[in-house]
Design a protein around this ligand. Structure first.
Ligand SMILES: [Fe+2]
Length: 193
């Protein structure tokens, strides 16, 4: 059974999204709620934070039925990383355990532009960052420590069914991909007897 405080977080994000506003306004409010939730020391079921030997994984904690937002548990095993990628929506990242190492890039105006690094950060347990607005959403993420990294990522769409860009660091060329959910159903929809 999902931690009851997860439902509270879902309700808070739903209220924020329903109220609308700019992506900057929405992400600021969502970041505040995610910070508060992580500070409560919530429990995430082991099945939703289990690293995979082969690749990083994205488990659904909640997917809004209308696709307005989703909450993911993103898990990197030691040594794993993403391609350089975008999100084409807003996103807020909070760290549940471990260290997420991030290199952020300016979003290219056109395909084939050389990528320009703008920040490099290590995020650890309890840290929350606005990773993305649609016009500023390009980064590379890796497990930054000697234990798996678990992040709680909240996005402005059903991120497991969303086309977004991956960038070749050598020439800036773009390929579109979808980072499919690694399991189903979402934790919020699971029930125990
Ligand atoms: Fe990302």
């Amino acid at each position: 059974m999902a931690d009851p405080t997860l439902q509270q977080l879902i309700d808070e994000v739903e209220t924020i999204v329903a109220a609308g506003g700019t992506e900057e306004e929405i992400t600021a409010k969502v970041a505040g709620k995610l910070t508060g939730w992580l500070a409560e020391g919530p429990a995430i079921d082991a099945d939703y934070r289990r690293p995979d030997d082969d690749k990083y994984v994205l488990y659904p904690l909640h997917v809004d039925p209308e696709g307005r937002f989703s909450i993911a548990s993103a898990v990197w095993n030691v040594g794993q990383s993403t391609p350089i990628h975008g999100h084409e929506t807003w996103g807020v990242v909070g760290i549940y355990s471990g260290v997420e190492h991030e290199i952020a890039y300016a979003k290219p105006h056109s395909e084939g532009e050389q990528l320009v690094q703008v920040a490099e950060s290590d995020w650890s347990s309890g840290d929350v960052t606005v990773c993305c607005t649609t016009d500023d959403d390009v980064h590379w993420v890796a497990c930054g420590g000697d234990e798996p990294c678990v992040g709680v990522h909240i996005y402005g769409t059903d991120i497991g069914n969303w086309q977004r860009r991956a960038y070749d660091p050598d020439d800036g060329s773009v390929s579109w991909f979808s980072s499919k959910w690694s399991s189903w159903p979402p934790l919020s929809a699971s029930h125990s007897g």
